[in-house]
Design a protein around this ligand. Structure first.
Ligand code: SF4
Length: 74
């Protein structure tokens, strides 16, 4: 599976869940708001395999719906 990942920084409430649980993909942009890590491609980066599965799980858990994950290949 491949997914395209992004974060709606306006919706994020800085709860820290995504970058605590999945620091391979998300990070704190500096003020607690989440962003996609620059070193994997930043906003719109493609994530695949087991990491993509975990991204989908964390997307469901985000309390504010700020994680935007698009499945691009099953
Ligand atoms: S889980 Fe959602 S609300 Fe929490 S830091 Fe990540 S994007 Fe923001």
């Amino acid at each position: 599976m491949k997914v395209r990942v992004s974060v709606d920084e306006d919706l994020c409430t800085a709860c820290a869940l995504c970058y605590d649980e999945l620091p391979e993909v998300y990070e704190d942009r500096g003020d607690g708001i989440a962003k996609v890590r620059d070193d994997i491609g930043g906003d719109g980066a493609i994530v695949e395999g087991e990491l993509a599965e975990r991204v989908l799980e964390i997307t469901e858990e985000c309390p504010s719906g700020a994680l935007i994950t698009e499945v691009i290949e099953e």
